[in-house]
Structure formats: C-alpha cells, structure tokens
Design a protein around this ligand. Structure first.
Ligand code: SF4
Length: 555
C-alpha cells in the first residue's frame, strides 16, 4: 500500500489491461477446498488500473492474471506443491506469483542453505499490508532460512523527501512490529541502508553495469529525476543480492508486492551481468539461441541414435537435412529457418553436445584457472572454452567456484514471491492517505474494532436477499481480513466464513462483529508485544538516532 502518487509516467512495458476480460479463476484453481481470495480485483464497480508496475506509484493491480502474461511472473500454484509446509498466505492464494521460487522451495525441502530478504520504506506507520511481508520473512526464518529485513531509508529520503527524524521514528516502529511478530534478530539480520557500507559498495559495483536509458525504460525516469533517487534503485539491487554477499551464493527469495517486480527483474539481470562466465550449451562451433538449440537438440537426438555408416558422427549437414523435414512446434518457425542456415554453414563439422563457458568479466588469471578446473576433454578458444564431459549443472558450479576464488561474486539470480494487495475497508484500494481504508498496527484497538464494523462488505442490500442469494465473499474486504490476517493459520475458520457467507447462512452484521473483535484482540496483543520488543530493539546494533543532515528529494 502506498500513497497514490502515480502521475501516469510513460513506461515501455506499460500494458493495456483488458478491463472486462478478467478471469474469475486466476490463482484459485487448486482443489484443496481452501477458498482463494482475489484482493477485490473482480469488483465490477471498480475502475481497473492498467497493469504497469510502478514502485513509486499507485500500488494496485487491475488483474493479477495479466501480470503472468505481461511480465512473465509465474503463477504461485505451479510451485505451491513443492513447498514443504506452505504458509497460510500461500495456501489461500494471497501469494499469487513468483519468479524462480522453485529454487528456494527445493533448498528448503533438501535442507540446503537459502535466504529471504525484504525492505520497508519508513514513510509512515506500519500497517496490516506490511504485516504480510513481516510474516513472510518470519516464516522463511522458521523454515531455516537466513533472513534479512532492511529499512529503505535512502529511498524514503531521496524519493519521498522524508526527513531524517521522521525516518528514524518510522524505522523504529517498523522494527518493533517485525520483532513483535516473531522475527529472531539473533538469527537474522536487520539493517538500514544508510548504515550498511557493504551494501553501498555492492550498489556501486552493480551500478557500473546499468545505465540511464535502462532506468528510463524500466522506471520512467527522465531528466527531472533526482540522482539520489537513482542511487536508491542501485542500493535496492544491492540489498537484494546482499544475502549472497555476506555468506555464499544461495537461493534467495524477495517477498514483496508486485509493484516491486521491476526491481527484481533489474536485479536478476545485474546478477548475471557481473558474473565472470556465462555457461551455455552448444553443439558445434557456432552459437545457438534457446529456440534454435531446442531444434538442433531434436535433430541430434533423432540422428545420434541411428548412425548411418561406420562413421558415427552426426554432421551439421545431416542435421540440416533432418530439420528441413521436421515439423517444428508452433512459434519455432523463425528459429527453424535460422538454425537451418547455421547447420548448412557448418557443413561437415560433427555435432557434439558440449557446455560452453564464455568469458564475460573474468580476469586473465580467472580464465586460466577456469581452464585448469575443467575436467575431461576441453577446447580452449579466444574468449570461450568448450567442455565435453560436463553436465550443465556441473559446469555452472565450476564457473561459480572459480569466480568466487578470484574475487568475483558468483551470484545466483534472486527469486521473488508476490502477494496481492488488500482491498481498502471502504472499498477501492487501501491507501495510507485514507485512514478508514486501512488499519495501522498502531491503531487503538477500539478504532480497529470500529473500522472493521464500518467496513464495506460483499453483502446484499437486505438480510432477506442475503439469505436467498448468499453474500459475495470474493468481493468482500471483510472476508479478506479473515483470509489475510484474522484467521491466521486456521483454514477451517476461513472455509467456514466463506461457505456460510456464499450459502446465505451468514449475515454481515454478525460477521463483521466477529471480525472486529478478532481485530481488536490482534491489535491489543500486537501492541503489547511491541512494548516487550523495545528492549530487544535497544540491544540491537541499529542506530535509530541518525545524525545525518539534508532534506532529500521527491522525484
Ligand atoms: Fe463479507 Fe461476511 Fe458479509 Fe460475507 S457475511 S459479505 S464475508 S461481511
């Protein structure tokens, strides 16, 4: 949740959302009986935003399903079954999307190292939207991950113009809530961007692989954007890779709202741009792109099994002949034409599967060391090495090992998970500028109670109609409160509320009363725990009384 400061900045990747073509089943297709929540995106009476993902703009999404197509975010349901003990936000479809979370789920399942990190801009009081992310971090910590929470103070100062005293105060409050909810600060690490020299240094390095045109395209930055705002972006990419810097490269998940996806995409890119070597698979001296490789592999697999004469080599010309007759899957038509050209140009050269190491940023010593480290048959060329007896995976690990031994980072691309934004209690989106639309973790428990009691619902106009038609739990901010927060780990409660509602057995008055009481209890309990956390916080080595000067910027 954020203030709506979106000025409609032009974005190369701004999509055109189809306002009416919204699917009703995105993320809710799993057959486990747990009702999926949709973040209120299916309200017919809501204006639908387009699907631009803007980290400093309006944090609302018209249709989550669009994010899969437009940006290549993957549906969380596809990995959910691989997560050993999924969190309730995962079970209920609140976490709806991911990038490469499989790597993290696998590490978790195999007891291998993994990390989680997220950051918070200290622009106001922590609210129930932040609690989602706090909970996600804490859960990953309890699953055995190395977990990091950071205060994005440089971003708040440079992009939002927050003063340092305000930042100090809010930072303190975020950290108290994170601790109160169960973050173990002995086990994990909490920091503020401005105090983390390693993050600054890493950001500096990463920044040398990015340029302004790219920032323009990704974030809509222009000639008016202040330079420190840009620096805060570079800092965030460093935050995201920091868990792999302080320890070793490992799968790392960044739990965030989808508005942060541009940062994740950029960081995934930078993580590879700083690598010493790029590992690809090849079949001959020439290069293939992914599509072409798929076709050449098909040709090779078909022919390698049936040697034609005493000479068992499959030659480029043989593969070209085979491919010419091959009915390529749709979408690979262009690749077929270019692969054919390459194979024909290859002539009599035999096809032999191999992994290829490109020298991207390696020093001479590192390149030499790589050659040494490759077992089995290899051929060394200017700028690359081909290895014939290594799997792709083994090759990746050799490359990473050499890189790390020679002062490189060896980063893996970070993973991410995305949660739905909550609908405001007053309908529409939850916004910190409309107090009644959201609940702050600092709200007086009685105010929290009142806000829930006065919330908009998915109920019918009269009790009679409600009994007859049932309520619309899918479009109800109160139902969302149960699913996102109030029911906590109790799936039975969410199922009960949902089915009683849609079957007309539940009326909104009582339903809200129950939710309001749960909210009051939650706030009472949380605020008590915040007080207890004061001492924990004071024992941590975090400076919450910064002596920085300056007034910051806003654009
Ligand atoms: Fe929402 Fe509860 Fe009313 Fe159903 S009964 S519409 S869940 S408030």
């Amino acid at each position: 949740m954020d203030e709506d400061t979106s000025e409609g900045v032009a974005r190369e990747d701004r999509g055109s959302a189809d306002v009416d073509g919204r699917s009703r089943d995105d993320g809710r297709s799993r057959d486990d009986g747990i009702p999926r929540t949709d973040g209120g995106t299916e309200r017919a009476d809501e204006p639908t935003d387009d699907v631009a993902l803007d980290p400093w703009g309006s944090a609302s999404v018209g249709d989550y399903a669009d994010l899969f197509e437009e940006f290549g975010i993957e549906a969380f349901d596809d990995v959910a079954d691989d997560v050993p003990h999924p969190h309730y936000l995962m079970r209920r479809g609140v976490i709806f999307g991911h990038r490469e979370y499989d790597a993290v789920a696998e590490a978790m399942a195999n007891d291998e190292p993994f990390a989680a990190l997220s950051g918070f801009m200290p622009t106001g009081d922590p609210h129930i939207g932040h609690k989602l992310v706090f909970d996600e971090l804490i859960w990953h910590q309890r699953q055995g991950g190395d977990v990091f929470g950071l205060i994005a103070d440089l971003e708040a100062h440079s992009a939002r113009g927050m003063s340092w005293p305000e930042i100090d105060e809010h930072a303190r409050s975020y950290l108290l809530s994170l601790l109160a909810l169960g973050f173990d600060a002995e086990d994990g690490e909490l920091y503020r961007q401005s105090d983390n020299r390693e993050v600054q240094d890493l950001g500096f390095e990463l920044g040398s692989k990015a340029n302004f045109s790219e920032f323009e395209a990704i974030y809509g930055f222009d000639g008016e954007t202040n330079v420190s705002h840009m620096q805060s972006v570079v800092t965030q990419t460093a935050d995201i890779l920091y868990p792999q810097l302080v320890d070793e490269p490992k799968p790392t998940v960044i739990p965030v709202g989808p508005d942060q996806d541009p940062h994740v995409r950029l960081t995934r890119d930078l993580a590879t741009r700083v690598r010493y070597f790029k590992v690809t698979e090849a079949f001959a001296s020439f290069e293939l792109d992914d599509d072409e490789r798929q076709l050449v592999r098909a040709a090779y697999d078909a022919l390698a099994g049936e040697p034609t004469d005493a000479n068992t080599d499959v030659r480029c010309t043989d593969a070209a002949e085979w491919l010419a007759e091959y009915d390529a899957p749709s979408g690979l038509g262009d690749a077929k034409a270019t692969a054919l050209d390459k194979l024909e140009a290859g002539g009599k050269e035999p096809l032999r599967p191999r992994v290829r190491f490109f020298d991207r940023n390696a020093t001479d010593e590192a390149f030499e060391a790589l050659i040494e480290a490759i077992d089995g048959e290899k051929r060394v060329f200017e700028g690359h090495v081909d290895a014939f007896d290594l799997s792709r995976e083994a090759a990746e690990s050799v490359a990473r090992g050499v890189e790390i031994d020679h002062d490189g980072y060896g980063f893996r691309q970070p993973s991410s998970i995305y949660h739905r934004f909550m609908t405001g209690l007053t309908g529409g989106k939850m916004s910190s500028s409309i107090p009644a639309s959201h609940i702050s973790l600092l709200d007086d428990p009685e105010d929290g109670y009142d806000k829930v009691r006065s919330a908009t619902t998915g109920g019918r106009d009269t009790a009679e109609k409600q009994r007859e038609l049932g309520g619309e739990a899918d479009d109800c901010p109160v139902y969302e409160l149960y699913a996102y927060l109030l029911a906590a780990d109790d799936d039975e409660l969410t199922k009960e509320v949902y089915s009683e509602c849609v079957n007309g057995e539940r009326l909104c008055g009582g339903c809200k009363e129950q939710a309001a009481e749960l909210m009051r209890e939650f706030l009472e309990d949380h605020q008590e725990k915040r007080e207890e956390a004061e001492e924990l916080l004071d024992d941590l080595d975090i400076d919450l009384d910064s002596d920085r000067r300056g007034t910051g910027g806003e654009h």
